[in-house]
Design a protein around this ligand. Structure first.
Ligand code: MN
Length: 480
């Protein structure tokens, strides 16, 4: 998109917002990256422009698109944070700084538990959910141009995408983006399996077109005399999700039971139920297959009616019925909830953003195992009362805010805590009362035979470290 197209696209969904700043960000980023090229040989700004375009497609707010245009300015040009702040203000600058911070985190672990910690750390580091959305747009374009990078880099980035960013997109309810990221990563991680599966799926799709056409015809016949608006779409699954199913069930593609998926989109909730009734009188529903996510939405705000019926050729058809608005939420997730309130105070817009953000956090935290754990993390994570600190080997440890190198040492291993004599953070020596920050890399120095000191009790935050130290001091008769 050129500048005029981007502005026009934005104005189409936010007609009353002044676009002067957006135009300025476009020119500023173009000039800042003028001397740079991407690995593809393209002008660097092509990347910033692609990021802004995705954000506009997701109908994000103006500061977010500006920050998208400017997201690599601090990292890759000589422009300072201060200069950016004086040109574009605090809100946009904060987002750019947030994205830059995320760029410095590189995920290498193959451990699922670590991936979960990482995803939480990304959210905590970002603080503003819009920073994550910019990072996702950035990742989408990087994945689309990944073939220009070296093989080892390609694999690392593709792996990071599938284990961190695609699940994050899913958590934010951005299902379309999730499957785009998954399939791009799949293509680079397993090129042969990808080629093979993509051939088989397109062959199947051709056969399914026929069934879909008959199904549409039958439905349209019944609906001909009604005024119910409808769009009937075939639902496509991502290649990666089919591949995962094959792995899970240890079966070849031909043996995977996968019903034809159809979506019917209409205008109102009443018409959703009307369409459901019509579908059920026309085709025999499979017992127990009906689920009403309209009266009881999922935590990530997903709403639809789900049912499975016997199709015109006697095979199963999975049907989702929803309104246009529900469809948007299902495709774009959190991004679908940015609403422009015209003529209201800035504060109200922020409130709405916070509410969205909170809802997403609630859903995120719901995945934790027990309600107790849920409540605990609600307390800690929501106020960012947690820090995420790296071991020199790149493992992440979650600690309460205010935690010191001693807490970290005991968190890594009791013996390391017991024999601790000092600590380095980001390659510099620190005192044992240093307060760790998210993203710090902490190395504990130990000496054989060294033992805990009495004053350590006042230096630790975690129960684990405190009880280990106290236990030792008691044994030695140093404390009661
Ligand atoms: Mn970038």
């Amino acid at each position: 998109m050129n500048k005029a197209e981007l502005l026009a696209h934005f104005t189409a969904y936010a007609p009353h917002v002044d676009t002067a700043l957006l135009a300025k960000a476009f020119d500023y980023s173009t000039a800042a990256h003028a001397a740079q090229e991407r690995a593809s040989g393209e002008h660097y700004f092509v990347h910033c422009n692609a990021v802004a375009q995705s954000l506009a497609e997701w109908k994000m707010d103006l500061p977010t698109i500006c920050a998208g245009l400017l997201h690599d300015v601090l990292e890759d040009t000589s422009i300072s944070e201060q200069a950016l702040r004086s040109e574009f203000g605090e809100e946009i600058t904060k987002m750019v700084v947030g994205v830059t911070k995320l760029d410095h985190l590189q995920f290498n672990s193959r451990d699922d538990a670590q991936a979960e910690n990482w995803r939480r750390m990304l959210l905590a580091t970002a603080q503003d959910i819009r920073v994550i959305v910019i990072k996702l747009a950035d990742r989408l374009h990087n994945m689309r141009t990944l073939s220009y990078l070296r093989e080892d880099k390609r694999k690392r980035i593709a792996y990071e995408t599938v284990s961190l960013y695609a699940p994050l997109a899913h958590r934010l309810g951005m299902f379309k983006l999730k499957s785009q990221l998954d399939d791009l990563a799949f293509m680079f991680l397993e090129p042969e399996a990808y080629e093979d599966l993509s051939r088989k799926v397109s062959a199947q799709l051709a056969a399914r077109e026929v069934t879909l056409a008959r199904f549409k015809q039958d439905i349209e016949k019944v609906l001909a005399n009604t005024a119910i608006p409808r769009r009937i779409l075939a639902r496509t699954k991502s290649l990666y999700s089919i591949y995962m199913k094959m792995q899970r069930q240890d079966k070849p593609f031909e043996e995977i039971q996968d019903a034809l998926g159809v979506r019917i989109i209409t205008d109102t909730i009443a018409n959703c139920y009307a369409l459901l009734g019509i579908v059920h009188t026309q085709f025999k529903p499979v017992a127990g297959s009906f689920t009403d996510y309209i009266s009881i939405p999922k935590m990530n705000l997903y709403r639809s009616l789900h049912t499975t019926v016997m199709g015109p050729d006697g095979e199963l058809v999975e049907i989702q019925i929803r309104t246009e608005e529900m469809h948007r939420t299902a495709e774009y997730g959190i991004a679908a909830h940015w609403r422009y309130k015209i003529g209201e105070h800035q504060r109200d817009i922020h409130l709405e953003e916070k509410l969205n953000w909170l809802r997403q956090w609630m859903e995120w935290l719901q995945d934790l195992k027990s309600p107790r754990e849920f409540l605990d993390s609600l307390k800690t994570d929501l106020d960012f009362r947690q820090v995420f600190v790296f071991t020199p080997a790149g493992e992440v440890k979650a600690l309460p805010a205010g935690a010191t190198p001693l807490d970290f040492a005991f968190c890594v291993h009791t013996e390391i805590g017991m024999a601790c004599v000092g600590a380095q953070v980001n390659n510099k020596m620190v005192k044992l009362d240093y307060q760790l920050k998210s993203g710090d890399i902490c190395r504990i120095l130990t000496k054989k035979g060294s033992k805990p000191k009495k004053d350590w009790l006042s230096l630790v935050q975690t129960a684990r470290a405190r009880s280990k130290i106290r236990h030792y001091l008691r044994e030695q008769g140093i404390v009661a």
